[in-house]
Design a protein around this ligand. Structure first.
Ligand code: ARG
Length: 699
């Protein structure tokens, strides 16, 4: 028969005296904005008795100084300084906690944050943010106090949340001091078909003045036999009348018969009592020498339980007797495993057959599972493996197509995570984001070579170029974000009607239509500039449109975005721009040939006056020539021969700034193609930055 006794201690709380919190947060004033000067702020943290405080910093950025002389966060316990922090991660000066939590020796912790009045540099430090939680103290594994007050518990110590409980071996009772154990022998009815009875304190002598009563009562129809072990000894006195038991005895009483008193050094051996009940009274008085009583069959001892790797067996004793319990707890970062299954807790009992009722469990290392995946990035192990306890991983983006989004306040974060004992990935940084790298193709066009007068673009050199098919017509487009294509309004709009998004096919990563035409990406919506109004193809003002894609593009060498112009980007006459497209390559003979291969050509920016003049001249010879506005610019060479042409519209005209290409223009129109004295006209993208950002944000 197994049994457990649950003891619950109830206490009454004064409602005004509310329990301290189990966890909480602390932040410097105005966090995450920079903290003000001349601060002196104090926090007194407390958790309930029996707990420690674990304080973990999620971020710290305090003006660094040697010895944290100027600004600092001081951590005190009981008036004693535990730590004084300042600086930020990897700062040369200062003292930063990194990602090590701080454990208070008791249940209280004081934080004092101070900043000085003058600050040489612009004050940009944001202070700190931390959270704390109550951590249970395992009082049972604390060493015996040195003050001689003895161990916490006489016999068995059980750790509980926030406290501990003492308990006693079978045959003992916990005294009112709740820590020491006394013998107890008046106890209950023995009704099991088989059992053992031991004299109190066995194998030691019983104390004086013990009076124990044991009642054995088994089911009707069974009879009891008592089998005394050979080691039987109860003090006796031999008189003339024979042996008497004046001070100590064991009396056997069978209902309806005269009781028998037993003592002496000879075992009564087997006693068949022919009854289903029997009462045993064991008595020692205050006189007479202490004697040894050893009735009963061999006392069941269980073997020493041994040890559990990465775990603790409690209580640790020199011997374990019948009905003793042992508990196993695993070290931090390890879990209890039995028969391949994780178990919540473990205890086993010493049975009457001298065997433990369960074998010891094992402690296996815990793991935190797969960390949250990072879109367009991944993780690498800085230490550890298989997401196990204390593994440290780091996030990275898929270079060179993606890079980590700008670090907060210009501080470099490591974006590393540690697997903690609660099986959570913890970090002192925010979750990273991978943003696409713009304007940096993996392959560069090596030489200036000579659409009209252009050359075949090698693979991966103009990855932002897309080819578009709208209701059968060909046009160009420019990748500017993972879901956005920029193009010319006249490519997606005809007689004031915008093409419906399901007629738009976008082909990315193409350099050779015959070789690598694959399935297109589809448009979700088409956004023509609201001021574009070109019913008869004589007004190309505001020739710009944006196409939102149904699904985002994952960038690689063949598809990458180009950068948008920086605020205030300049167009310097004479600078060479790169134009590309799948448009017409020859116009001199009567055949107009649309190219199967992506072509590019470098053409210089032409000043506005030269271009206006060239258009004036054209207007004298031809009708229906559109006008040049300030939302357009021209590019080309006076002698002609290099230009964009029909089919290229909507495609990119890019300029390069320190190795990075940005979208300066969109192929829009021209008076014929590549003729002497004419230029290609492009939509001036800088004039539309606000509209572009607004449209992308709102859709
Ligand atoms: N409007 C033409 C098209 O739809 C683009 C013309 C560019 N012409 C030039 N000479 N650059 O494809």
């Amino acid at each position: 028969m197994d049994w457990f006794l649950y003891v619950s201690v109830g206490e009454c709380w004064d409602p005004s005296d509310a329990q301290p919190a189990m966890y909480g947060e602390v932040q410097s004033p105005q966090y995450p904005k920079p903290y003000p000067p001349n601060l002196q702020e104090q926090w007194d943290l407390s958790v309930p008795e029996g707990y420690q405080i674990r304080l973990t910093f999620t971020h710290m950025d305090i003006e660094p100084s040697a010895g944290c002389y100027y600004d600092s966060l001081t951590i005190l316990h009981d008036g004693k300084v535990l730590e004084k922090f300042c600086g930020f991660e990897n700062s040369a000066d200062g003292h930063h906690p990194g990602n090590h939590p701080i454990l208070s020796p008791g249940n209280r912790l004081t934080l004092i944050f101070q900043s000085d009045s003058n600050n040489p540099e612009r004050h940009q430090n944001v202070g700190f943010s931390a959270h704390y939680q109550a951590i249970d103290i395992d009082e049972c594994s604390a060493p015996t106090p040195a003050d001689g007050s003895g161990p916490l518990c006489d016999q068995i110590c059980l750790n509980t949340l926030g406290s501990y409980l003492c308990s006693c071996h079978h045959g003992y009772e916990l005294r009112s001091d709740e820590r020491s154990c006394v013998l107890s022998c008046t106890g209950g009815i023995f009704d099991e078909p088989r059992g053992h009875l031991l004299s109190p304190g066995y194998p030691n002598s019983p104390p004086h003045g013990v009076s124990c009563q044991y009642i054995i009562a088994v089911e009707r129809g069974f009879t009891i036999s008592l089998n005394f072990s050979d080691t039987f000894q109860i003090e006796s006195v031999d008189t003339e009348q024979g042996r008497t038991c004046p001070h100590h005895w064991l009396q056997v009483t069978v209902p309806g018969r005269k009781p028998t008193k037993l003592c002496g050094a000879e075992s009564p051996g087997l006693m068949v009592v022919n009854s289903n009940t029997v009462q045993l009274d064991y008595k020692t008085d205050d006189e007479g020498p202490e004697q040894r009583l050893e009735p009963g069959v061999q006392h069941p001892h269980c073997p020493l339980p041994g040890s559990v790797a990465r775990g603790r067996v409690t209580p640790l004793m020199t011997e374990y007797l019948y009905r003793d319990h042992i508990f196993v707890r695993c070290d931090d970062g390890y879990k209890l495993m039995m028969d391949g299954q994780e178990i919540e807790s473990f205890n086993t009992m010493c049975q009457s057959n001298g065997q433990w009722h369960l074998p010891l469990p094992e402690c296996h290392i815990i793991d935190c599972g797969e960390p949250k995946p990072l879109l367009n990035g991944g993780v690498t192990f800085l230490s550890g493996s298989q997401n196990q306890y204390l593994s440290v991983i780091q996030y990275h983006c898929n270079e060179p197509f993606y890079s980590l989004a700008g670090d907060i306040n210009g501080k470099i974060f490591t974006y590393s995570l540690t697997c903690d004992k609660e099986r959570r990935w913890t970090s002192n940084t925010v979750f990273p984001i991978c943003i696409p790298v713009c304007g940096k193709p993996t392959t560069r066009i090596s030489a200036y070579q000579r659409i009209i007068g252009g050359s075949d673009a090698p693979d991966n050199t103009i990855p932002w170029q897309v080819m578009m098919n709208i209701e059968g017509g060909r046009g160009g487009g420019i990748v500017i974000a993972d879901r956005w294509i920029m193009t010319a309004a006249h490519v997606v709009s005809n007689q004031g009607v915008t093409a419906s998004s399901d007629t738009v096919r976008v082909y990315t990563g193409l350099t050779d239509i015959k070789r690598d035409m694959s399935s297109p990406v589809y448009a979700a919506s088409v956004h023509v500039h609201p001021q574009y109004n070109n019913p008869n193809y004589v007004d190309y003002n505001n020739d710009i449109a944006l196409i939102k894609l149904r699904d985002p593009i994952t960038f690689d060498s063949s598809v990458m975005p180009v950068c948008l112009p920086a605020e205030g980007a300049t167009y310097q006459t004479g600078n060479m721009g790169l134009v590309s497209g799948f448009g017409i390559t020859k116009t001199n003979d009567s055949r107009m040939v649309l190219t199967n291969k992506l072509k590019y050509v470098y053409v210089p920016l032409v000043d506005q006056e030269t271009c206006t003049n060239s258009i004036k001249v054209a207007k004298t010879k031809l009708t229906n020539i559109p006008s040049l506005t300030n939302n357009m610019f021209c590019a080309g060479i006076p002698e002609g021969g290099k230009d964009s042409c029909q089919g290229d519209a909507g495609g990119p005209f890019v300029l390069s700034d320190s190795g990075r290409y940005w979208a300066a223009g969109i192929v829009s129109w021209g008076v014929e193609c590549g003729q002497q004295g004419t230029y290609g006209v492009y939509t001036k993208v800088t004039n539309y930055l606000n509209w572009i950002h607004k449209t992308m944000q709102e859709n």
